[in-house]
Each structure stands twice: as structure tokens, then as C-alpha cells.
Design a protein around this ligand. Structure first.
Ligand SMILES: NC(=O)c1ccc[n+]([C@@H]2O[C@H](COP(=O)([O-])OP(=O)(O)OC[C@H]3O[C@@H](n4cnc5c(N)ncnc54)[C@H](O)[C@@H]3O)[C@@H](O)[C@H]2O)c1
Length: 392
């Protein structure tokens, strides 16, 4: 486990929780006091302040990267060189160029690699992906994903150079991969339009952004991210398809609301702003945020010698989309997603137009039961193009 901070604690408790057979063998991070404490807290037998020592530890099969963004590339290149499998937290790189270098390194070395995008592994998201693949909502036209909170917990996030960006790089990576998973990861992302600004925080990077990602089949992925949101961690997704809709709420207002006058003292849930009054605890964060299912997929894939649901290739595509978002913020125009290595369907393989036949002569535009019980049907003539309405 490289890193002993916020995410590494979640990773350790998910990997070793629930009587798991998976074990964290050694933890490594910068400060001796903190890594020692982290190792004790998570029952990890060895700890070190040397990242190299942990990567090259003879018993380590997989290196789990929970370090700040600016360190991902360095340790991943080292892990690949050492012939170790490697799983990395989000975002994979600070930009697509870094991400591609990491992808090439693990592929050239032939080692196992996984991109730890936990939010596509939440039970609700996994179930939604399955339902979509079974045709439950028809063709996905619009997938909207929001992650907003009052800002991250460590200094390096707020430094544009070390983090690589602001709220887009930190949060839109989640939203983009969630939308890709709903729209279909085989669909090529074509272009991005994005607004971003620094509305509140005294930083160089953006603290708020909204973006649209257009896919080859015409579907739109929308991300809404902020480090300036007040009220906790808002994680919501929506899918609109030709034949159905899904609304997901992962964190606030999930059906578990508690009122506590004295306060429940201490941690309530990630980024919670208050521990008294009305609070919104989470039943099991490891489960509800996808960590359990994510490690299950990663390690099962590793044992079977197959790819997990999320690989470094996915991390690279997400970085390329975020690069286009940053370009769009500057130019105020749609900017192309530059992918020098595209592995999905060719552009134009599927069109957006969804025409529903009513009869040989007409397409159906709309049918509705009106007050009073009559049904109205709106049709388009296939030859003349004329639109007409009929009561039934
Ligand atoms: N849901 C998620 O997937 C999720 C959530 C939070 C963070 N993250 C990601 O996890 C990564 C780490 O974030 P975090 O929140 O745990 O940060 P953090 O600041 O809480 O922890 C960072 C850790 O890295 C160590 N570290 C920093 N600089 C180092 C150096 N030069 N050498 C060795 N160790 C060093 C620190 O000691 C600390 O243990 C980031 O890439 C972040 O984007 C992912």
C-alpha cells in the first residue's frame, strides 16, 4: 500500500475487511510516525518510508497506489519495471500524456493493471449498468453525474502543479467514468464543452465546473463538480434513455436520515459538515462507495489472468476527456478529445436517431392519455414528413 492517507485507510479496510483472504503486506509513505500508526491501525505487519522498498518487497504481488496525483507515474513505472501488478487510484495521471506513459509501461511489462474508479462499483451503479445492458432504459441519450463537496482534505490537492488541476481533475474523473459506463465504454468520446471558474477558494485551479461530453453515437455525458458546495458530499447520477430513466443518490438523503440534538461526536460520513442536528450517515461506506466490489473485481481478475472492469486504458480515456475539458474552458468552444490509441467502436458506427414505427406509413412521435381518458397520438408521415394528431 503506497500512501497512508485518506484513501489508503478506505482501501485497507475494504481489502482486509469482511474476513477477506487478501492481505496488505507492507505500507509505505513519507512520514515515519504516520505510516507506523497507519500500519498498526490496519494490522499491516511491515511499514517503511521507502516507496522502493515496498514496491520491491518479495512477497508483494500487487502494488496499490494511494499517493497524491504527482507521484502516480513515478511509482507505476517502478512497479512495472519490478514486474509487479499495479492498481492505481483516480485520476490515473495529471493529464493524458502521463496516463498514456503509465498505460504503455504496464502493457509493455505485461503486468496486471487496474484503475480504481470506485464509483462505478457501487452496488447501485453496478445494478444500473446491468439493467442498461439488458435494455431496461433503451438507448442511453444523456447520463448526468454530480460530485460536489466543500473541498478536499490535504494541502497538495489545492496546489495546481501537484494535483494537476482543480475540481475537474479531482471529481470529474469519477463523473466521466460513470457516464461512460452508462453510455457504453465502446462509444468514442468525441468532443467536450466545459465551463469552469474559481468562484470561492483562493486558489489558481477551478473550484467549480460543468461539462458536456459528446459521444460518437450522439449520447451526452454531463458532469457537475464543485469544491465550493456546502452541505456534505453530494453524489448523484441520472440516466435518461429512449425507454426509461434511472435516478441514483449515493450519499446525502439516501433514505438514512438521523436527528441528534447532542451530536454523535466525530466522523459521520465523508465530507459531512456537521455531526449534530439532522445528519445523513452512510450504512457502510466501503460498500456504498464501491470499494468492496472494486477490490473483489480487481483481485478476482488478477487470479483469473483477465482484465478487471476498469483498467489503465479507462484511466487514459478519462484523462483525455479532462484534457479536452480544460482546453474548452480556455477556448470557450467545443474541443476534440484527442485519443492517439482508441480501442472501442469506430466513429459513426451507430447513429443517435431512434425512429419508432407506428404503421407502414407513419413514425410515432408521442402518445398520451389526456384528462377524460382519451388517448392522443402524434404521428409523422414517412413520405411527406407531415405531423398530425389523432384521438383514439
Ligand atoms: N474515491 C476515491 O477514489 C478517492 C478519494 C480520495 C482520494 N483519492 C485519490 O487518492 C490519492 C491520495 O489521496 P488522499 O486523499 O489519500 O491524500 P492524503 O493527503 O490523505 O494522503 C496522501 C498520502 O501520500 C503520502 N505522501 C505524500 N507525499 C509523499 C511522498 N513524496 N512520498 C511518499 N509518500 C507521500 C502522505 O504521507 C499520505 O500518506 C489521490 O490520487 C486522490 O485523487 C481517491
Amino acid at each position: 500500500m503506497l500512501g497512508s492517507g485518506f484513501i489508503s485507510d478506505f482501501y485497507c479496510s475494504a481489502i482486509q475487511g469482511q474476513r477477506s483472504k487478501d492481505k496488505v503486506i507492507i505500507a509505505a509513505s513519507r512520514s515515519e510516525d504516520k505510516v507506523k500508526d497507519f500500519a498498526e491501525r490496519n494490522h499491516i505487519p511491515e511499514w517503511t518510508t521507502s516507496l522502493d522498498e515496498a514496491i520491491n518487497h518479495p512477497e508483494v504481488e500487487i502494488v496499490c497506489v494511494g499517493l497524491p496525483n504527482f507521484l502516480h507515474k513515478e511509482v507505476i513505472l517502478k512497479a512495472a519495471k519490478a514486474g509487479k501488478g499495479v492498481i492505481c487510484t483516480k485520476p490515473l495521471g495529471r493529464n493524458a500524456e502521463e496516463a498514456y506513459e503509465m498505460l504503455k509501461a504496464v502493457e509493455d511489462a505485461g503486468v496486471f493493471h487496474g484503475y480504481m474508479e470506485d464509483l462505478v462499483y457501487t452496488p447501485k451503479t453496478l445494478r444500473t449498468i446491468e439493467s442498461i445492458q439488458q435494455g431496461a432504459v433503451g438507448k442511453v441519450l444523456w447520463a448526468r453525474s454530480r460530485e460536489t463537496h466543500p473541498g478536499p482534505h490535504s494541502e497538495w490537492f489545492w496546489d495546481k502543479e501537484q494535483a494537476g488541476g482543480g475540481a475537474i481533475l479531482d471529481l470529474a474523473c469519477h463523473c466521466i467514468e460513470i457516464a461512460r459506463s452508462f453510455i457504453g465504454k465502446e462509444q468514442k468520446p468525441i468532443e467536450v464543452m466545459c465551463w469552469a471558474d474559481t468562484q470561492v477558494k483562493p486558489i489558481e485551479a477551478e473550484d467549480h465546473a460543468i461539462g458536456l461530453v459528446k459521444y460518437a453515437n450522439g449520447a451526452i455525458g454531463q458532469f457537475e463538480v464543485s469544491w465550493a458546495f456546502r452541505g456534505g458530499l453530494d453524489l448523484r447520477d441520472e440516466v435518461m434513455g429512449t425507454h426509461g430513466t434511472v435516478w441514483l443518490n449515493h450519499f446525502l438523503r439516501t433514505g438514512f436520515d438521523m436527528f441528534t440534538a447532542p451530536g454523535q461526536s466525530g466522523y459521520v460520513a465523508e465530507k459531512a459538515e456537521s455531526d449534530s442536528g439532522w445528519i445523513f450517515p452512510v450504512g457502510d461506506e466501503n460498500q456504498d462507495l464501491g470499494y468492496n466490489h472494486m477490490f473483489n473485481d480487481m483481485f478476482t481478475a488478477y487470479e483469473k489472468g483477465i482484465q478487471p472492469q476498469e483498467t489503465f486504458y479507462d484511466g487514459y480515456v478519462v484523462n483525455a476527456i479532462m484534457d479536452a475539458a480544460y482546453a474548452s474552458v480556455k477556448s470557450k468552444k467545443w474541443e476534440p478529445v484527442v485519443l492517439k490509441d482508441w480501442r472501442g467502436l469506430p466513429e459513426g458506427a451507430e447513429s443517435t436517431a431512434v425512429l419508432e414505427d407506428y404503421d407502414d406509413q407513419h413514425y410515432l412521435i408521442k402518445e398520451e392519455i389526456l384528462p377524460g381518458g382519451k388517448k392522443k397520438i402524434i404521428l409523422k408521415d414517412k413520405t411527406s414528413g407531415r405531423i398530425s394528431e389523432h384521438s383514439v
